[in-house]
Design a protein around this ligand. Structure first.
Ligand code: E4P
Length: 218
């Protein structure tokens, strides 16, 4: 499963990129607002650090203006993926953009039918929001399983499932078990994935024993 990081914080992105784990980045208007920085500058900086897809979201509601915004965003770098909402206008923009060779991430997906429409419109990525479904008492992960099954029934659909709105490490495990192609993960959750108390305990014990030997490699 590919890892994207879900943030517009360039410091976090630079740090995580050093691990070699980052396959891409997703942003959204809320994350850009949180950064307090200019949208186009942030996307350009991210693209300089990360060679994989960097999702930049349009904010227009009609297809024609979405396409105008997409033209500006695509000029920033060749790895910009245009993020469009799962609306009729968003689907039309998706079709026009993918026909023109752009990567498109269709966002705010909450049903399997929406995911089917996005795939038929040629989406590069579909972003089902797990956490937001959990928030309203539904099983977000079941949506990932359903979409996986539907896409696998129709192998000509090439859209990648990008599990989004991930809130914890178990979401990452479950998304991988469900066969999600990508998970976009907040930096804090990505850092949590490395942690286990037995790793820390084991390391402490090894270092204590090593100290007893009185040796040094350097
Ligand atoms: C994905 O592209 C979205 O930016 C993100 O995963 C939304 O997550 P949230 O529901 O935690 O805001």
């Amino acid at each position: 499963m590919k890892f994207f990081v879900d943030t517009a914080d360039i410091v976090d992105i630079a740090d995580l990129a050093e691990t070699g784990l980052l396959d891409g980045v997703t942003t959204n208007p809320s994350l850009i607002a949180k950064s307090g920085r200019k949208f186009l500058d942030v996307i350009a900086e991210i693209c300089a650090f990360v060679s994989g897809p960097v999702s930049a979201e349009v904010t227009a509601l009609d297809t024609a203006t979405m396409l105008k915004e997409a033209r500006v965003l695509r000029r920033i770098a060749s790895n910009v993926a245009i993020k469009v909402p799962l609306t009729w206008d968003g689907l039309k923009a998706c079709k026009a953009l993918t026909d023109d060779g752009a990567m498109v991430n269709v966002t705010l997906c909450f049903t399997a039918n929406q995911a089917l429409l996005a795939a038929k419109a040629g989406a590069t990525f579909i972003s089902p929001f797990i956490g937001r479904l959990d928030d309203i008492g539904q099983d977000g992960m079941q949506l990932i399983r359903d979409i996986r099954r539907i896409y696998d029934n129709y192998p000509h659909l090439k859209t990648e499932i990008l599990s989004a709105s991930i809130r914890n490490a178990d979401h990452v495990t479950q998304a991988a078990l469900a066969g999600s192609d990508v998970a976009t993960v907040p930096p804090s959750v990505l850092r949590d994935l490395v942690k286990h108390p037995l790793t820390d305990k084991g390391l402490d014990a090894f270092l204590a024993d090593w100290k007893k030997t009185g040796q040094s490699v350097l």
